[in-house]
Design a protein around this ligand. Sequence first.
Ligand code: ADP
Ligand code: LRH
Length: 455
Amino acid sequence: MRFTAVDLGASSGRVMTADITDEKVELTEAHRFANRPVRVAGTLHWDVLGLYREILDGLRRAGPAESIGIDSWAVDYGLLDGDGRLVGNPVHYRDGRTAGLTERVDPYEVTGLQFLPFNTVNQLLCDSRDGLLDRAATLLMIPDLLAYWLTGDIGAERTNASTTGLYDVTRRDWAWDLVDRLGLPRRVLPPVTEGPAGPLRPDVAEETGYTAAVARVASHDTASAVVAVPASTPAFAYISCGTWSLVGVELPAPVLTEESRVANFTNEAGVDGTTRYLRNVMGLWILQECLRVWDSPDLGPLLAEAGRARIDTVIDPDDPSFLPPGDMPARIAAYCARTGQPAPRDRAQAVRCILQSLAHAYQRAVADATRLSGRRVEVVHLVGGGSRNELLCRLTADATGLPVVAGPVEATALGNALVQARARGLVGDLAQMRDLVRRSADVRTYEPRERRWGQ
Ligand code: ADP
Ligand code: LRH
């Protein structure tokens, strides 16, 4: 059976076709497009209408399928008025409006969420201060908004709702007491569901020639990516490695301890009641921004040079100075000056420094996840675009002392499609979905030069 997966990453979006049997899954790219934010009157926005248009183009190109699933980055949302119209254009989580926030407003023991300044709850408090919420009837997370435009159905998909800072991770519903305490209007939060779904609006079906319905999937991209981690043992850590690197383990229940809060680990809702226990590492964003400042040289030759380059400097990728868009090479130099380390002297050294710093951060996150959850880890699965980066995979194997299994590159689209296939009875539980990925996907194992089993 054929399924369509729409996957919007922070750097690019794609519409993929997945042909799934009970033996294997084959992905084909129908359409890929850049996801370029736009600054308007000082505020950084997603070009959400442009993304929607690309999705429509993608559906047209993808052709007939059983159903369509939509996932995207988390945290961000659109506000609709009583007539279902956008109240302003969705703001990008890298916009400066939440920069400088350091105090959480949501209790960790309720939401289980890591503190990130741009968590939905903090953005909503900005909207509230600016009077925007007075005009809002409904808040829809980005994939829910796109599903609403496609189908007219409204809901708050669970995996994404769990990234808001307004979701009670134990009761598995909105944390209403918290919503009240923060003075946020209850009416804007639609019921938490397994996602909006249903047939396409007639005008959308006509425009795209696409008749299949929207299906319920894990609409948070990281949740979909973790579905498609080709693990054969529960003793695995994952690095969902794209613009961000999401590093952690999969657990049956959240960890809400004080130690976990201090380590800034998050408990995000996964498929089948699982918990994604992880930490956000700033990820390849830093490299992406360097490439932009350097006028987009080819990554391949640069990585080859970085493989030969030597520099001892290590940066903390999660330093807040690396969060907003900007001149990353200059910020790395400033970080080095602040920490008394030699700054990279050329591009190859800068790339090497970024990648070895990410590998160090991954090692810390895997070690912390293991320590805080008690989950033993024997292997690290690195999925997403970063799995194409051999140097990063090798450095990660060496830093963690664990084998790194790299791939699939398009884990998110695979996870999205597999959950659709499951609704049609083609596959069973998570273990079976992962079996299918293991049998189908290109993966490569990087052995550490020094092995440290079971950290
Ligand atoms: P997102 O979903 O966040 O948009 P992706 O999973 O598409 O991100 O990953 C994008 C990242 O993958 C890029 O920043 C780049 O560093 C890395 N990448 C993509 N292709 C290659 C490649 N051929 N070699 C090395 N790295 C690559
Ligand atoms: C990765 C991701 C991540 C969130 C971030 C905002 O694309 O969804 O899980 O923390 O974007």
